[in-house]
Design a protein around this ligand. Sequence first.
Ligand code: F6R
Length: 241
Amino acid sequence: MQIIIRDHPSEVAELAAALVRAQILRKPECVLGLATGSTPVPLYGALARMSEDGLLDMSLVTSYNLDEYVGLAADHPQSYHTFMREHLFDRAGVRPDQAHLPDGAAGNPDAECIRYEAEIKAAGGIDLQILGIGLNGHIGFNEPSESFSKQTCAVELTQSTLQANRRFFGSDEEVPRRALTMGIGTIFGAREILLIAVGAGKADIIRRTVRGDITPQVPASVLQLHPNTRLLLDREAASAL
Ligand code: F6R
């Protein structure tokens, strides 16, 4: 793991955007793995601005998002489909047919997971995977568990994740309890991984991810074994290292 620390979250976002841009310049038809959540929002803003200013061309990029809530249709205001359209795809000119997320409204979630996994493989796998990290060490929605999930799968969200997601929904009842997520194996298959974390709240889980045991109880700890992973942190997120 390579660890890069910047003073301020805005510098983290700028560097992340520069690394994504470098990947797209190297291989304009690359396959990106994308995350949602609050952490990558400034990164997507920077990529959108670069595209609007003519400094970045994402028209040939294919993307696969990590996850989607079970039960939310693509046009639901809190779906990750909507999030990605608003924060990146519409502004950066990523065509809908090139931007993929698991279908949270699929009638058969298990079949949808098999389909999504096969589609990523058929696209040649992921060149660069962007990750955030949950307070419990989840990546995608792979929550702490007894084993590392191999492939895209349907999961129950833990109480800590439900609480963290509550802020995006009107009431407790509206917070989805299940999600479809790339598996740890899917994520690990990416040729390059860029995990971004900012803020003091992430300091403890970053320490456990980097310095702790490799265990499915801290799903992100598996990244210690990945041959090409960067952790891009601000001072606060790195403060317990
Ligand atoms: C979302 C995802 C999650 C988030 C994590 C951190 O697609 O994969 O693992 O990255 O929950 O969320 P934020 O960035 O909101 O702290």
